[in-house]
Design a protein. Sequence first.
Length: 142
Amino acid sequence: MGVWEKLTGAEAWEKPRAILGARLLRTTLRTAHLMTMAILYGGHVYGISADRLLPALVGTLASGAAFIALEVYRTPLWLVQMRGLLSFTKILIVAACVVWWDVRVWLLTLALVIGSVGSHMPGKYRYYSVIHGRAIGEQESG
């Protein structure tokens, strides 16, 4: 088996690394991320000054980065599954707010919709690997 087959072979990627308390940690990070994003989104909807929203922005970035780091550590497959690709899409959309400030509420709304749909779509789509051309790791939950 060549290097490419070893890197792209589903067998090497399928089983997530075991982490003590992973479900609790994932739930905690997801909850923190949703809370800080809700504050950030609401602040933009209601025109709160950017300086007052800075703690919510930092919280959103920190919790999102921690969640991504945890997922990638557990299984690098996350990077090529739809759930990972949708996360990076959301990051790009939120970053676009800097460029298109006047439409930031619409961009943030789009990011929230993508996050909600992506989190609740069936596993055959959420765990779909663009490299492998099929869902891998559907049995994973939490």
